[in-house]
Design a protein around this ligand. Structure first.
Ligand code: 5GP
Length: 131
């Protein structure tokens, strides 16, 4: 059965899309740790990130780099943190999280709530910064 992320990539489930190319897809996390929290996923459905072949893994990092720069241009933050967990959804993904301090990356932090309009506006602004 397709993962929820494959269904998002296929457009079967809506998402606040930021960017895509032939191999990768980026969209806002629906349960964000901060405004602009995004996920980068390979279109190829592979569970564990370190099972990606070298070229795909390197390409994913470079795609994430572009998305992170766009996030940083839109969301006031000192850095965009990068995190991989992958215990919830069995489809490799990189979290990109705007942070001001180390503690902002803590999984113990409560997630924030955003309206549909806020999600859409953030995605649109970040998306417009991707070249
Ligand atoms: P992880 O697998 O890295 O522990 O966490 C999966 C992440 O995917 C979580 O931050 C969760 O909020 C996000 N997520 C799970 N399901 C969906 C979904 O249907 N849409 C979006 N945009 N994000 C999701």
């Amino acid at each position: 059965m397709a993962t929820i992320f494959s269904r998002i990539i296929a457009g079967e489930i809506p998402s606040y899309k930021i960017a895509e190319d032939d191999r990768f897809f980026a969209f806002l996390d629906i349960n964000p740790m901060a405004k602009g929290h995004a996920l980068v996923v390979p279109k190829q459905e592979i569970d564990y990130i370190f099972d990606l072949d070298d070229s795909l893994l390197a390409g994913m990092a470079l795609f994430a780099k572009k998305v992170a720069a766009a996030i940083q241009a839109v969301i006031p933050c000192s850095r965009v943190g990068m995190m991989v967990i992958g215990l919830e959804v069995p489809h490799a993904h990189i979290h990109l999280i705007p942070i001001q301090k180390e503690g902002d990356m803590s999984l113990a932090n409560p997630r924030i709530r955003l309206s549909k309009e806020e999600f859409a506006e953030i995605a649109e602004k970040i998306s417009s910064r991707i070249n």
